[in-house]
Design a protein around this ligand. Structure first.
Ligand SMILES: Cc1cc2nc3c(=O)[nH]c(=O)nc-3n(C[C@H](O)[C@H](O)[C@H](O)COP(=O)(O)O)c2cc1C
Length: 176
């Protein structure tokens, strides 16, 4: 298959996940093009399948991803497509955090009208060393509430790479 991966990121974790998906799909002999939603990404028309991923910041997906999906929804709904949502809430042991992430994803799909063949929540990272003072403070509070690390002297990655690999393989093997 010729696969397009579009991603939106603030601190780079969603890009890292998108590149990992690219590697897995290339190992499976697919042709993959990867693009940042902010960099004038190609439309889905030239591809057999499309993966779109975005991180959640302040309960919202990246603006450019919302714009891309809204603009290309008719084509996306005709293709084999998958959505991966990256956030911290799904790293939590608290069920209400998972429910909130699911609600954000469902609202996004409802608003855009996109009906992806596959949807996956992926735990992101706490990048304390990249945050400014205020962001570090806020993120430490959120992390405490969700049961994640409050050690701001280093970054903490919660992404389960085996799960990401399994998602890529499931996506590649589902027939249209
Ligand atoms: C300012 C800020 C706001 C965030 N808001 C949320 C949120 O509302 N819900 C959530 O689950 N995670 C939230 N996160 C966690 C991010 O989704 C997580 O750090 C993710 O790995 C970011 O991915 P990115 O580097 O691709 O942007 C927030 C992170 C930051 C820095």
């Amino acid at each position: 298959m010729k696969i397009l991966i579009i991603y939106g990121t603030s601190e780079g974790q969603t890009r890292k996940i998108a590149r990992f998906l690219e590697d897995v799909l290339q190992e499976e002999n697919h042709k993959v093009v990867i693009a940042d939603a902010s960099d004038d990404p190609p439309p889905p028309s030239d591809f057999d399948a499309v993966l779109v991923g975005s991180s959640i910041h302040m309960h919202k997906y990246q603006r450019q991803v919302l714009d891309y999906v809204s603009k290309n929804v008719a084509q996306l709904n005709k293709k084999h497509s998958g959505f991966f949502s990256v956030c911290l809430a799904v790293a939590s042991d608290l069920p209400e955090e998972h429910e909130e992430a699911e609600e954000i994803a469902m609202n996004f799909l409802y608003e855009t009208g996109w009906r992806p063949s596959l949807k996956k929540h992926i735990a992101g990272a706490l990048k304390y060393t990249q945050y400014d003072y205020l962001k570090r403070l806020v993120m430490r509070m959120i992390a405490k509430k969700q049961g994640e690390s409050t050690d701001t002297s280093q970054d903490h990655e919660y992404t389960d790479w085996d799960e990401v690999r399994a998602f890529a393989l499931e996506f590649a093997h589902i027939k249209n």
